[in-house]
Design a protein around this ligand. Sequence first.
Ligand code: PMV
Length: 331
Amino acid sequence: MNKSDVVQLILGDRYLKQPQQNQATAYAPTNIALVKYWGKRQQDINLPVTSSLSISLGDKGANTTLSVNNKNQDSITLNNQAIDLFSNFSQRLSQYLNLFRKPNSTYFDINITTNIPIAAGLASSACGFAALAKVLNELYTWQLTSTELSILARLGSGSACRSLWDGFVEWQAGEKSDGMDSFGVPLDIEWPDFCVGLLIMQTQEKNISSREAMQRTIQTSSLYSLWPEKVNYDLSVLKQALQEKDFALLGKTAESNAMTMHALMLSAWPPISYALPQTVEAMQKIWQLRNTGLEVYFTQDAGPNLKLLFLKKESEAIKNYFPEIEIVQPF
Ligand code: PMV
């Protein structure tokens, strides 16, 4: 089963038809996993070893416009700057679009605006591919459901399948080899006081992609066999914490899950560490603050930046201790 097979399964007789509109625009929020996806059971169509659970970041995300052009190549702008078509970024994007368009017949001007740094472990690919799946759905008038779009977004980047909804979303790993049961499911839980603080240490592109890092972890870490059990446990505790609005339990579970994911990477060979000295300093500051009674936790993805988790009542204190922080209220 490869990506085109999945697209054909979903689109049926709508596969490789011409776009019905000349232009469309769509937005998708980025999402931060509280229980992480780390490892694929199938590489090509991004089927995960485990389920995962995230929070979408509301107005932090990507807005993408696709316009059919009359040239014989795509053009791509990111925040109004032209992007080299041979860059990894452009290649990944054009290859994704190739799954849906007739070969050598349709090219696009792709304009992406985003208010999050690209490829710095802030899940820019998550909102990027979710927005692309949505905009293609408009342009080709496929009229797909959010669940179907979640599967298509997953083909671009696994975590993108959680960016089709606001709020808390679970990506159910599924069991099927075609991945038709592997998609995001929104949780019916609102938590207006829930805050995420973005502590950005570096916005440069990471030197090892999450794809490569995941694969190396699975292949070489002797600890990886413990991961599925840890995720299952964390998922059930996190869902309980969400039901009961038990913030301390949520924070502890999310932080412990992220630390375990990074421990797996440290135990891979060659070892992988996304942390910078500033990352470790910030972690230690958070642990110290917690010892003084401030309820703040963090999570970290495939990059050096931390996402702080806290409730609205702690916002002022957090701003005092981390003046550079950007606070997002997902609800
Ligand atoms: O979807 P990818 O390939 O960018 O991988 C995302 C991996 C993490 O962000 C580290 C974890 C997650 O669940 O989002």
